[in-house]
Design a protein around this ligand. Structure first.
Ligand code: AMP
Ligand code: MG
Length: 502
């Protein structure tokens, strides 16, 4: 059963059609939530391309009625604002009730390709799950999420998207007074591993089954035909997450807070809090100020994904087989497939990054030697691959060698790589084109994100935000005049810590 509604406003006769399904699930899945009025909502930006993709009218979204919705002040008919219930393991500790404490699902829309997408406000005010929080968001983290989520999308990595950002006209209190803002997040769904945990720890197997059925229906309808649809669901989520984390690793992305409530069952990256892209390659790199023991460091991400997926599998055990031992055996077999799926994406991606068309013995050693050298000689992750791409046909190492503290150390590796490339028929010109399409020039470097936030928060200047968004929308293109966005930070610009901003 679904509700449909069409909204026509006299000033701009545009339509927003919500087609809600999550709100049809039993009441214990969410808390209905009223609008929280903020004083003076003002639009920062509507993502016009995404609005178009969703079949929403960007002009209406930017109108006073649209902005009122984006700020959570009032909702058009058909919206059914709810805060979703979920639990989660935070840094390994189970919290039985988290839930949307500063987010509000206002409804679902079906996009132009027929895909159902959630429209959610982040920072629109308190809900039943806010605990001691204020339900608000500060401008800085909102801009950070906008930039990084859209950059991830442009890099071809599954992610929640950002439809809009608005100022609330009200301050939020963190360590200081900051401008308040609301981000509109779009996701295939906001169902997390933590959503399953919420019901599993309450021994509410009926709810786990209803949630699993909803997820299959919504994300993986083909699985209805599987012999054991719940096992197929587990296997599919494992495969999606393995693929996702491998893609993060290929661009040097560190999520920063891979709690089970921050891992979707759709396979989209979610929750851009203390995330960051590495500049200098360091496998143990951690940015998040709250990650004292490096649990969520770059190199730990695949292992943590398995840990989280094991928590997911535990919630499904009662559905996998009537016999518990058999159910556990099935779950374990499914979890063992993570490594296989992860390596499939990761190794194929590494090959593409290095211009290798064929699989040869010794390739993985060649690749890991490069990583080891980048680590030892403090080379910039993104620039190393980009320069190898642009200079693949050069004599003797090209400018890439200068990224390494001891350039001589690079030369021997370069010769090995060139010899390996020579075993394949491809010409350097074609190789160069293929590598440039696999190795981005522009990533959201932390020091640049910080500069954008400072300009907006300190001076009300959103021009740098707009410029950075535009640059990052074409990460693989040379963009003359924008090279500064590709440069690593100078020592004094280096960002060593990031914060959740909650
Ligand atoms: P996150 O760090 O975004 O993954 O959030 C973890 C949990 O803390 C979720 O249940 C959030 O809803 C809640 N939370 C984070 N910030 C706030 C806030 N400002 N007010 C209320 N709840 C919050
Ligand atoms: Mg979260």
């Amino acid at each position: 059963m679904e509700t449909q509604s069409t909204v026509e406003t006299p000033s701009a006769p545009k339509q927003t059609t919500f087609v809600n399904s999550y709100a049809r699930l039993p009441d214990r899945f969410f808390a209905r939530t009223d609008a929280n009025t903020v004083r003076a909502p003002r639009l920062i930006k509507v993502n016009e391309t995404l609005a178009e993709e969703l079949g929403l009218d960007a002009g209406w979204l930017a109108s006073p009625e649209g902005v009122a919705m984006l700020a959570g002040n009032s909702f058009p008919p058909g919206a059914e604002p709810i805060a979703m219930a979920y639990a989660g393991h935070q840094f390994g500790n189970l919290v039985p009730q988290l839930g949307d404490g500063r987010a509000l699902l206002i409804g679902e829309v079906v996009d132009r390709r027929g895909v159902r997408r959630d429209i959610q406000l982040k920072g629109s005010g308190p809900t039943r799950f806010s605990r001691n929080g204020d339900g608000r968001a500060a401008l800085g983290p909102v801009l950070r999420e906008y930039i990084v989520s859209e950059a991830m999308n442009a890099l071809g990595i599954p992610t929640t998207r950002t439809l809009a950002a608005v100022l609330t006209g009200e301050p939020v209190y963190r360590e200081e007074l900051l401008p308040g803002a609301v981000l509109t997040r779009v996701a295939a769904s906001h169902i997390r591993i933590g959503t399953f945990q919420y019901f599993a720890i309450r021994r509410d197997v009926d709810a786990v089954r209803q949630l699993a059925d909803h997820v299959i229906e919504r994300h993986y309808p083909d699985l209805r035909e599987a012999g054991n649809p719940y096992l197929a669901l587990l296997e599919t989520v494992i495969a999606r997450q393995a693929d996702l984390v491998a893609r993060w690793m290929l661009v040097g992305f560190i999520h920063g807070v891979m709690n089970t409530d921050n891992m979707t069952v759709s396979g989209e990256t979610i929750d851009y809090g203390p995330c960051a892209f590495m500049d200098t390659y360091r496998p143990g790199m951690v940015f998040s100020s709250i990650d004292q023991f490096g649990r969520y460091s770059y190199v730990n991400q695949p292992g943590i994904a398995v840990w989280n997926l094991t928590r997911f599998a535990e919630t499904l055990v009662p559905l996998l087989d009537a016999d518990q031992d058999d159910a556990i055996a099935k779950a374990e077999a499914a979890l063992r497939q993570f490594q296989v799926a992860y390596e499939a994406t990761f190794h194929a991606g590494l090959r593409r990054k290095l211009g290798l068309l064929e699989e040869r013995e010794g390739d993985l050693t060649l690749i890991s030697d490069l990583f080891e050298m980048m680590d030892r000689h403090e080379a910039d992750f993104t620039l190393t691959f980009r320069m190898l791409s642009g200079h693949v046909g050069d004599e003797g190492g090209g400018p890439t060698r200068d990224l390494f503290k001891e350039p001589e150390a690079f030369d021997a590796w370069w010769s090995r790589w060139r010899e390996r490339l020579a075993e394949e028929p491809q010409h350097d010109a074609a190789r160069r084109v293929a590598m440039l399409a696999a190795n981005p020039k522009y990533i959201p470097r932390n020091h640049r994100v910080e500069a954008v936030i400072r300009a907006a928060v300190d001076r009300g200047d959103f021009a740098p935000f707009e410029e950075m968004l535009a640059v990052l929308s074409q990460p693989f293109e040379e963009q003359p005049g924008m090279e500064r966005y590709a440069e690593p930070p100078r020592p004094e610009e280096r960002v060593t810590q990031t914060f959740c901003g909650t």
